[in-house]
Design a protein around this ligand. Structure first.
Ligand code: NI
Length: 206
């Protein structure tokens, strides 16, 4: 699971946090709409929190039993596959004022395929490093603008990471990141790419 933001998210009111099963929770940065319900979900699953040092340390201080700290550029094997922590250009501070270190994204390599979760980030040249190490099957990119990349930037990001199947994230939750879904998918189509915009609670095989 990545960045679970459920109880505070009016779009996700039908999801029952107490029923979520997770072995690992990957947290990209410390903002409240990404830390979200991770403490509760980790607690009732004994899940391991994976993320940047300062983020994982905050969870351990709050009583989470299992944490795995990483630094940017680190690449390490877990039982589900390998995780590389990659750069994100953003900020990272917990709601209680604690520092969250540097924000991050994740590249995941598994026997079933590889993918990139951008976290919250600007378009960055560092994304061009990703395909030199990992051939991606799909990527989850932020597309809502204002705090992160917008749709146009996400199309450029998909070029940088050499990936044509993109799942959009970080849009429509707040008025300032509202997108026009039709315009978004057609801009990707025009560039020979697929943009998948999932419904809350939807599951998909990719
Ligand atoms: Ni953020």
């Amino acid at each position: 699971m990545f960045d679970p933001f459920i109880k505070g998210n009016p779009l996700a009111s039908k999801i029952d946090v107490s029923k979520i099963i997770a072995d690992y929770i990957l947290i990209s940065h410390a903002h409240s709409d990404h830390v979200g319900d991770a403490l509760e979900i980790a607690g009732h699953n004994d899940a391991t929190i994976i993320g940047p040092n300062e983020v994982v340390n905050w969870f351990l201080k709050k009583g989470v039993k299992n944490g795995h700290n990483m630094g940017q550029g680190g690449f390490i094997k877990f039982d589900f596959g390998k995780v590389r922590l990659v750069n994100a250009i953003h900020s990272s501070q917990f709601q209680d004022g604690s520092p969250g270190g540097n924000p991050a994204g994740f590249v995941i390599e598994t026997t079933d395929g590889n993918f990139y979760h951008s976290g919250d980030t600007a378009l960055t040249m560092d994304m061009q490093l990703i395909p030199t190490r990992t051939r991606l099957n799909f990527a989850l990119l932020c597309i809502g603008g204002n705090y992160t990349m917008d749709i146009e930037d996400a199309v450029s990001a998909s070029d940088f990471i050499e990936c044509d199947k993109i799942v959009g994230m970080h849009y429509n939750t707040f008025p300032v990141i509202t997108i026009n879904k039709k315009e978004a998918t057609s801009l990707f189509e025009k560039n020979g790419k697929e943009l998948i915009l999932m419904e809350i609670g939807e599951t998909r095989d990719l």
